[in-house]
Design a protein around this ligand. Sequence first.
Ligand SMILES: [Zn+2]
Ligand SMILES: [Zn+2]
Length: 371
Amino acid sequence: MAEKAKVAVLTDPRTFDYREVDIPEIDKDSGILRVEAAGLCGTDWEQYLGHLDNTPWSVRPIIPGHEILGWIDKVGPEAARRWGVKEGDRVTVEASIPCGQCFQCQVGRPVLCRNGMGYGLRMGYDSPPHLWGGYATHMYLHPQATLHKAPADVPTDIMSLFNPMSNAVRWAVERPETGIGDTVVIEGPGQRGLLAVVAAREAGAGKIIVTGTRQDSLRLSLARELGADETVVVEDDDPVARVSEATDGRLADIVVDVSAFSTEPITQAIEMVRPGGKVVVAGLKSSKPIPNFVSDKLITKEISMLGVLSSSWSSVEKAIDVIRRKADTLQKLCTHHYPVDDADTAVRVLGREIQDGPEAVHVHIEAAGTG
Ligand SMILES: [Zn+2]
Ligand SMILES: [Zn+2]
């Protein structure tokens, strides 16, 4: 009799069905991952609520979980050679399963692959062999999956930060080319904003300023512990004036907006960035237009606005390296974890709909703890 995987299937908005599924046989090109953890982000919450309906990520029923960490359980000989792994190796798995052939894959942005394959968001439960998401004890490794080796000795909760950390590396360092001495403003102290502080520090940033709301007071104090020089509560203080003061009027070299929903951080970013500076736009605004957006300022100040989605291969590798070296410092961000069969609680805690002990920063499904 085939071994079974335990999975959480999102069948309708706000509805999980916990099931057992046969673990498939593999061929020479594929593998099986024994899932260790799946990190959660705002996308998991939107997916749970059904807010991704009418986008390419509206698939249901689906096993969610796109920030995937685990051990190689079984691997075919060709796959082992291609990925450079063997059974028992610890790996992270990228959410997208690139086709390798389309225009976006060919120009080096497989995350934007037109082919539509991917874990946790794109491949539905009804496609055999069903195991296409991280809210599960096991996951199918497709021949075109992208893997990264992870160190064996970093605790599960800290290693499960690899995905938000890789976003932080790309958004706060790689894309704006942050360097020694740069003043970096990070708008929004969620897990990605907090990890952007760590990434910018690693890159040699001079001054780091983090903005947030009154509701974020705990997160802003975490930002200072992680290396931010100053934090600004936007209801109490004018962030543009504070950045001007902190830089003797020179303004910021780089502003990274990772705040969700609110559009003011975008207009403020244009004011607080120096002429010739860069604004990285990473926080989704629920498709709202931006009131008072004056595009002329991009011209007169020669501002570069950079939209960013997800990570890159190199940012994942760098993220794993930072996590390995900074594990102790990052522990404080890991506030909650739940087994696969309590995925519902995990998502609602992440969405701040319910509270369970301390304020949630990073939440993950700990598959390894699922009985
Ligand atoms: Zn995510
Ligand atoms: Zn492609």
